[in-house]
Write a protein that binds this ligand. Structure first.
Ligand code: SF4
Length: 331
């Protein structure tokens, strides 16, 4: 394969992982007791009818959100609309200091319209517009939507937001511009359901996507019941992650990092959050009537990163070596 001569972009997962390997963060292996509890929970989930794949821990109670289907197949990508945000969550793993930059599939760009060519080049089928808080720059988001939705075929586009700027007028403009789904990080706003209820009146595909903070167990169970009552179709959960950007604050919250055993990811779960995520799945299976809960685990993300990397290498080989160094795969 012809190698690129340009430097890897600053979000290169591999370049950053290699740099981190020189100064690994300490972590623990799961205790035997915890391994036994996890095994018991998985058996209970299987008996209760959980769907998905135990090998990669890609588990869901009813169905996968539409945008997640392409992502799990390694055909999804992320547009980092900005690094700026209206919040400062302790679990945030974005790079600090925060920077206002636009990055598509790991490639820094100047204009939103450049996103369409990158999505086409890599054969991507779903795009998550994230940040930071993308709605700090609504016109940038609308230009991205316009560029992506005039492609043929157009990819599925979801927006990730904390909800701070999600007023009705803007949500309607986003819907008119073709946004397929909207995902709220409810943990960023202390599980406030107001923007989610508002979006539910406008969009069919509304999801909540949160880290499972083990100490919030009762609030998370309440969230499952409240989202179910609101007929929100999807709740996506993942472990509480720890990486170089947030490790001091996450450890300061009393969390213990697991050992870093990932080949592809720059983050790893805390010791307690995987078990808490399985417990929440079990609760949802037993108590929710409509809501589908999807556990996008570290194992799933590892698999997605590996598939995405293979696609990226194939695309680079087909084009005789592209602008990015191989292995610069965003999640
Ligand atoms: S809302 Fe999201 S991007 Fe903003 S600080 Fe919280 S986790 Fe980070």
């Amino acid at each position: 394969m012809k190698r690129s001569t340009t430097k890897p972009d600053p979000l290169s997962w591999y370049a950053r992982k290699a740099a981190r390997a020189a100064e690994p963060l300490p972590g623990v292996e799961p205790s035997q007791e915890r391994v036994e509890r996890l095994r018991g929970l998985l058996e209970e989930l299987e008996e209760a009818g959980i769907k998905g794949d135990f090998e990669h821990m890609t588990l869901y109670t009813r169905r996968l959100p539409p945008g997640c289907r392409s992502c799990v197949a390694g055909k999804g990508t992320n547009v980092y609309v900005t690094g700026l945000c209206t919040r400062d969550c302790f679990f945030c793993f974005n790079q600090k200091p925060r920077k206002d930059e636009l990055v598509v599939h790991g490639i820094p760009v100047r204009e939103p319209e450049e996103a369409a060519e990158i999505v086409r080049r890599y054969g991507l089928r779903s795009v998550g517009l994230s940040g930071g808080e993308p709605l700090m720059f609504p016109e940038r988001v609308l230009r991205l939507l316009s560029a992506l939705k005039t492609m043929r075929p157009a990819p599925l586009v979801d927006l990730y937001t904390n909800g701070d700027r999600a007023d009705e007028a803007l949500l309607r403009r986003l819907q008119d511009a073709g946004l397929d789904g909207i995902r709220f990080d409810a943990a960023a706003r202390d599980y406030d359901l107001a923007p989610i209820a508002l979006a539910r009146r406008i969009f069919e595909d509304v999801s909540v996507e949160i880290p499972v903070i083990p100490e919030d167990r009762e609030r998370l169970e309440r969230l499952v019941l409240d989202l179910d009552a609101l007929r929100v179709p999807f709740l996506n959960i993942h472990e509480l992650f720890l990486c170089a950007e947030n490790s001091a604050r996450v450890v300061g919250e009393g969390q213990t990092p697991l050992e870093d055993s990932s080949r592809h990811l720059l983050w790893r779960p805390t010791a307690e959050s995987g078990e808490a995520a399985l417990e929440l799945l079990l609760f949802a299976l037993r108590r929710a009537s409509h809501l589908s809960v999807y556990y996008c685990s570290t194992g799933t993300q590892e698999m997605i990163a590996a598939r995405g990397l293979r696609r990226r290498r194939r695309a680079a080989a087909a084009c005789g070596g592209l602008a990015q160094a191989p292995g610069t795969e965003p999640a």
